[in-house]
Design a protein around this ligand. Structure first.
Ligand SMILES: Cc1cc2nc3c(=O)[nH]c(=O)nc-3n(C[C@H](O)[C@H](O)[C@H](O)COP(=O)(O)OP(=O)(O)OC[C@H]3O[C@@H](n4cnc5c(N)ncnc54)[C@H](O)[C@@H]3O)c2cc1C
Length: 488
């Protein structure tokens, strides 16, 4: 078998391989890419071991929380790109867009029944986590989940890291070993049995592939039960578009990232989170390409653990070091935390000090209380906040610095922290194209104290939780262009 770090692989039931199965099934749930994908690579290795062909199944349910035309269209564009690639390379790929709730999972079960085993994506939150926990028990074949999310495999941590500092310590110790076992660029090239799989007609008629049923269109999208008022945005959900964005960032903004990342007017962050979220590009590629831009005399031998301190580990260009801390430490701490925390989306998963202080300040008077509808409609008395909310509604994103302020104000304007949490999750996951991600929960729960420490002096409503105001934001960052764009 291929040399994939065993800490990436989770066997989710005790079934034996069905030797008579027609194929190995790779169910592409969230890391929606054919390249640099450990799960696909693992499926290919199994197919080669059993000398079977590989069926790649990618689908989209129409029955999931926070379903919108925005998210659907982004995924659909990526699936259409996969269909084109599969046609060109003769891959056995089945792209399915569900029209009626339940069809997608029924089709998956049918495909699984005829397989020798199932390999799919390990993912610690949202519907993928639930599916990976419940489906394996129903199937007659082995069900493997493989972690292709980040550099440090989820199996490497033994418990939930409660701060970025703790996780960074592990990351610094393990980085080199993990980075030097990279995912294959194109695992499908390694598949031995490339025979095209003939699927039973009763299945392909009952559950027609998206291209055959002509579903890759905005007209079709309008016919299904998703929030149509949350419209597609001006971002293309393909791997090609994600790679273009990455190249642009590397070329023009990476080197000054440490200086410009907090400046909303400059728009100098990578803006890669939508493509990272849907797995269109891998974190490995982003890190690898960033490291290639270190100065010529830089080498991996300079990677000496710094006891969890950020500065000095990657060294080289300060922009690269700052960026890698976000894309590795801050991105992955959320994955590892959720992996070890079944109630990752509940108030009770906050650290004890945060629960205590927020509860103690529950009865504090709030100057303004806004309803969910007022917040969603950007109807508050705060022009910066309204601008951030408008950006979220229109573009499906908020600049990171303002995203922090956006969250902190919601805590201030709701009757209690639990209501704030409900609204934050709802607004973020409904409108943000990168929502429903482990980082959604990192960011939202950070507002309430996760991955942070207690701060003094104690303040009304926030207690010891870190405090932010629009006035301090106005003083700290330039917002002229931002307010011109989203002020109305
Ligand atoms: C209230 C709140 C909600 C958030 N919701 C989400 C969300 O739904 N999805 C999401 O991906 N991120 C979320 N974040 C984290 C952060 O805002 C975004 O990851 C970042 O703004 C994405 O923009 P970028 O790709 O240009 O980031 P860059 O600055 O270019 O960073 C590169 C990558 O590093 C990771 N990253 C950067 N900053 C953070 C961070 N603070 N925490 C975790 N990972 C980070 C992301 O994967 C990002 O794409 C949230 C933060 C807050 C405060």
């Amino acid at each position: 078998m291929k040399n994939i770090n065993s800490k990436r692989v989770f066997k989710r039931n005790s079934n034996e391989v069905r030797e008579s199965g027609d194929y190995v099934l790779y169910w592409m749930q969230i890391n929606r890419r054919f390249h640099y994908n450990y799960a696909l690579e693992y499926a290919v290795a199994w197919a080669n071991k059993l000398n079977k062909p590989l069926l790649v199944f990618e689908g989209l349910s129409c029955d999931y929380p926070w379903r919108t035309a925005r998210t659907h269209w982004f995924i659909m564009e990526g699936m259409r790109e996969h269909q084109q690639l599969a046609d060109e390379k003769n891959y056995s790929y089945y792209g399915f867009l569900e029209e009626n709730a339940g069809e997608y999972q029924s089709l998956f079960r049918e495909f699984a029944k005829k397989s020798a085993l199932v390999v799919t994506d390990e993912y610690p939150v949202f519907i993928m986590r639930k599916r990976n926990e419940t489906l394996p028990a129903e199937l007659p074949v082995p069900y493997y989940t493989v972690d292709s999310n980040g550099i440090i495999p989820l199996g490497h941590t033994e418990g939930a890291p409660y701060s970025a500092y703790i996780f960074r310590k592990t990351m610094q110790k393990k980085f080199r070993e993990c980075f030097e076992l990279p995912p294959a660029e194109n695992p499908m090239d390694e598949l031995n049995n490339t025979q095209k799989i003939a699927l039973p007609e009763e299945l392909t008629v009952k559950y027609p592939a998206a291209n055959r049923a002509e579903r890759y269109s905005k007209e079709w999208l309008k016919t299904i039960d998703v929030r149509q008022d949350i419209e597609p945005i001006n971002l293309i959900g393909t791997r090609e578009a994600g790679l273009e964005r990455m190249q642009h960032f590397l070329e023009f903004d990476l080197k000054a990232y440490h200086q410009d990342r907090n400046d909303p007017d400059k728009e100098a962050t990578s803006r890669l989170s939508p493509w990272l979220h849907f797995g269109k590009i891998s974190e490995y590629e982003v890190v690898d390409h960033s490291l290639r831009r270190q100065p010529r005399d830089w080498s991996r031998d300079e990677l000496v653990p710094q006891q969890g301190k950020r500065d000095g580990f990657f060294g080289g260009e300060p922009g690269i070091e700052a960026f890698l801390d976000e894309v590795i430490t801050w991105r992955e701490v959320g994955f590892h935390f959720a992996h070890h925390t079944p109630n990752y989306d509940q108030f009770e998963s906050l650290p004890d000090w945060a629960i205590t202080t927020l509860t103690e300040h529950e009865a504090d008077e709030r100057e303004h209380i806004y309803s969910f509808e007022e917040l969603a409609g950007a109807r508050t008395n705060d022009d910066i906040w309204n601008a951030a909310q408008r950006q979220l509604v229109r573009e499906g994103r908020i600049h990171n610095y303002l995203r922090m302020l956006w969250g902190k104000k919601i805590l201030q304007w709701t009757p209690d922290a639990r209501t704030a949490l409900d609204y934050l999750i709802e607004l973020n996951n409904l409108y943000a194209i990168d929502g429903r991600d482990p980082n959604s929960y990192s960011g939202i729960f950070w507002i309430l104290g996760r991955f942070d420490r207690a701060w003094g002096p104690e303040r009304p409503i926030f207690g010891k939780v870190r405090y932010m105001t629009s006035d301090s934001t106005r003083k700290k960052i330039k917002l002229k262009a931002y307010l011109e764009k989203f002020g109305r």
